[in-house]
Design a binder for this molecule. Structure first.
Ligand code: IMP
Ligand code: MG
Length: 175
């Protein structure tokens, strides 16, 4: 089966929204340092662009969890593939995600990070698919709410492909 990509959010729109988010975050964290945690691999493109738009001091760390197999539906299994390099105790932590879908990955991750005693813990996601929520997650900053469609680009993949697209698109399968 072959597929093609329909553009949902063009590059320009993403850049503008990320700039606005960066301003909002800079204002909210005035006088503090933001410790951004990127959830690999999907969150990496968003995190880099967002970090460049933040004017308060920023430090970065990365972690990798897996909740998906190679298909387009959640398996519901969450596994830590790579843990953080630095402790987060007493830090103002901002988790940066590509997308909140069922919410399973994030609710697990946030609970685990909370147990490590950060001073604050917030969540910023580029995309949110509210229709798909199974587990409640409190999202502090959202780039875009999108309909229940499988999207790729700007870090998001389909079987590890399309992460490098500079826009967000919907995968459409040709009959
Ligand atoms: P959740 O645990 O169901 O919220 O899944 C979150 C993770 O699933 C995201 O971080 C993505 O890696 C992946 N995911 C969910 N929806 C999509 C999508 O539309 N395209 C690509 N990856 C997705
Ligand atoms: Mg992700």
């Amino acid at each position: 089966m072959s597929e093609h990509i329909r553009v949902l959010l063009p590059e320009e729109e993403l850049n503008e929204r990320i700039q606005t988010l960066g301003r909002e975050i800079s204002r909210d964290y005035e006088g503090r340092q933001v410790h951004m945690i990127c959830v690999l691999k999907g969150g990496s493109f968003f995190m880099c662009d967002l970090a460049k738009r933040i004017s308060v001091p920023v430090s970065l760390d990365f972690m990798s969890v897996s909740s998906y197999g190679s298909g387009t539906k959640s398996g519901g299994v969450v596994k830590i593939v790579k843990d953080l390099d630095e402790p987060i105790k007493d830090k103002d932590v901002l988790v940066v995600e590509d997308i909140v879908d069922s919410g399973r990955t994030l609710s697990y991750l946030l609970e685990m990070l909370m147990a490590r005693g950060p001073r604050s813990l917030k969540l910023c996601t580029l995309l949110d698919k509210p229709d798909r929520r199974v587990v409640d997650v409190n999202v502090d900053y959202t780039g875009f709410q999108i309909p229940d469609e499988f999207v790729v680009g700007f870090g998001l993949d389909y079987d590890q492909r399309y992460r490098n697209l500079p826009y967000i698109g919907v995968v459409e399968f040709d009959q």
